[in-house]
Design a protein around this ligand. Structure first.
Ligand code: MN
Ligand code: MN
Length: 303
């Protein structure tokens, strides 16, 4: 039965090896860098629990992920509660060997600040990456309370450090209240293509996929999925919810449209189990991860 056994992602073997591995699922249990409601440090555990229901065949994309990919649950990256910048450094050290060995990490979080550690590791091997970002927030604020490392500043830091190429990146799903009109212009000012949810909802998933492929071209890419992209009616268990977003079904369709991109890293962040009593958000996150695995599996179809 699928509900038995220790809770690894999709019931994969928990092995810290990079040999003959295509994708390593890595938990990043951190929430020191949230600006509002905390608890995402328990996200990896909840996503793993929800993921045991995932079966290997994706009928929407017509691909069997376990047939195409060799996958492991690599365990959790080290973290130091209360010492965020040290945690980011340890995440980077933990993930670098994966990229060097040609393994694609799928990181389950954890607050969104973890992407900085992930991107530092990825860029070291692949160079600057195209960011494909689904989120209610652009996460390009400069600082909070005078501090530069937060979940809402992560992609500004990544751009400053040259880890991502905004000119090849697309953010989508943006909505919610802002501090001022400048906030809305900031992603474009930094060079990102940024679509609000009001804009994205009028673009069918296929067209969104085309648009992202055109922008990313043949760059190595990183897909970052913040569960608050989805309307809080479908994903209530998250720290900074924004109303008026996509349904879980729409979110899956936009993810599935991202075929034909050279993804070298994936993450799914901001699941906050203490705010997710029915586990809905964790199920959504587990399924979003499954769509990412399916995209990677399709990329291997030529083998
Ligand atoms: Mn985010
Ligand atoms: Mn967000």
């Amino acid at each position: 039965p699928r509900f038995t056994g220790p809770r690894t992602f999709m019931r994969l073997p928990h092995v810290q090896t990079t040999e003959e591995v295509d994708v390593a699922v890595v938990g990043i249990p951190i929430d020191d860098a949230v600006s509002f409601r905390s608890g995402a440090r328990f996200g990896p555990e909840a996503i793993r629990s929800a993921s045991v229901l995932l079966r290997p065949y994706n009928p929407a994309l017509k691909v069997d992920v376990s047939e195409r990919l060799s996958m492991v649950d690599y365990g959790d990256a080290p973290s130091v509660p209360g010492y965020h910048e040290e945690t980011l450094a340890r995440i980077q050290v933990f993930l670098e060997p994966l990229h060097k060995a040609g393994v694609t990490p799928l990181c389950i979080g954890g607050d969104h600040s973890m992407a900085l550690g992930e991107l530092r590791a990825a860029a070291k091997v692949h160079g600057p990456l195209a960011l494909v970002h689904l989120d209610a927030h652009s996460d390009v604020w400069d600082s909070y309370f005078g501090i530069r490392y937060f979940h809402g500043t992560v992609f500004r830091r990544a751009a400053e450090e040259g880890l991502i190429d905004p000119g090849r990146s697309v953010q989508a799903g943006l909505r919610g209240t802002l501090y001022g009109a400048d906030d809305e212009r900031e992603p474009a000012r930094l060079g990102f293509e940024a679509l609000t949810w009001e804009q994205l909802k009028d673009i069918p998933p296929d067209e969104y996929g085309e648009r992202v492929r055109a922008r990313v071209a043949d760059s190595p890419a990183f897909l970052s999925f913040d569960v608050d992209f989805v309307d809080p009616a479908f994903a209530p268990g998250t720290g900074t919810p924004e109303v008026g977003g996509p349904t879980s079904g729409q979110a899956m369709s936009y993810l599935r449209a991202l075929t034909g991109i050279d993804f070298q890293g994936f993450d799914c962040v901001e699941v906050c189990p203490p705010l997710d009593p029915s586990g809905t958000t964790a199920y959504l996150a587990a399924n979003a991860c499954f769509e990412m695995l399916s995209l990677k599996a399709l990329g291997k179809r030529t083998l």
